[in-house]
Ligand binder design. Structure first.
Ligand code: NAP
Length: 245
């Protein structure tokens, strides 16, 4: 990872933050964006710089294409290259379809799926021209199995899987890898507000009988982004403690 440059969307908390730190610990310069958490972003920039690599934080909505283009340009201008893109930012707005408003649908699709188009589109020609690059999409077992109360989220996460496979076919000849991690339940702010009873049920359904930690996802992300995984592309790796079994 030494001297490589990565962009991670949604880097201030949870899985994104763990991936940012794992990349930085391994010598990668890291740029990340976020929606609201200014204080967390400033603290994370300091933490990354203490690890001896460059950091850049950008407050920008991932669903906005112009913002994505601007961030990618700024990263290229500052760091000179882009080797890695992790499409991580995501939200949930869970409701049964009968009660789901158009905004609940649009917000989740735009934040979780359109963002993947925005950032991948903004970096792809750079990666293709330099004949080097890795894109990793953080999706969910909800996009594989479908979850009642999450038609918007499941659709967005299934869309990421199709995107991963299609883009892997497009850019393989340019030595660009495109993979995805499908998470089960991971201990982050996204899952902390779930009702206790539901959390217990999901823990019981998970073979390893616990939620995963963001750092455990980050280690797998690191492997898929490393040269050791250069012959893996178009793959969706489930990191769910056996939930989907
Ligand atoms: P999280 O703790 O809620 O963190 C979400 C991150 O995304 C934050 O950094 C947030 O920034 C950022 N973000 C949200 N909306 C954004 C927007 N419109 N523009 C820019 N940044 C935005 O979430 P997480 O649990 O780590 O989830 C990360 C990814 O893993 C998501 O794609 C999620 O769907 C997926 N995933 C998570 C789980 C799980 O169990 N946690 C399971 C399966 C898949 P702010 O701090 O500024 O709000």
């Amino acid at each position: 990872m030494k001297d490589k440059t990565a962009i991670v969307t949604g880097g201030t908390r949870g899985i994104g933050k763990a991936i940012v730190l794992e990349l930085a610990k391994n010598g990668c310069n890291v740029a990340f964006n976020y929606a609201r958490s200014d204080e967390l972003a400033n603290a994370l920039v300091k933490e990354i710089e203490l690890l001896g690599v460059k950091a850049l934080a950008k407050k920008a909505d991932v669903s906005d294409f112009e913002s994505a283009k601007n961030m990618v340009k700024e990263v290229k201008d500052n760091f000179g290259q882009i080797d890695i893109l992790v499409n991580n930012a995501g939200i949930t707005k869970d409701k049964l379809l009968a009660l789901m408003g158009e905004n609940d649908w649009n917000d989740v699709i735009n934040t979780n799926l359109k963002s993947v188009y925005n950032f991948s589109k903004a970096v792809i020609m750079t990666m293709v021209k330099q004949k080097r690059g890795s894109i990793l999409n953080i999706t969910s077992v909800s996009g594989i199995a479908g979850v009642a109360g999450q038609v918007n989220y499941s659709a967005s996460k299934a869309g990421m899987i199709g995107f991963t496979k299609a883009l892997a076919k497009e850019v393989g000849k340019a030595n660009v890898n495109v993979n995805a991690i499908a998470c089960g339940f991971i201990e982050t702010d996204m899952t902390s507000s779930l009702p206790e009873e539901y959390k217990k049920k999901m823990t019981d359904m998970t073979s390893l009988k616990r939620f995963g930690k963001p750092e455990e996802v980050a280690k797998i992300a690191m492997f898929l982004l490393s040269d050791d995984a250069k012959y893996i592309t178009g793959h969706v790796l489930t990191v769910d403690g056996g939930l989907a079994l």
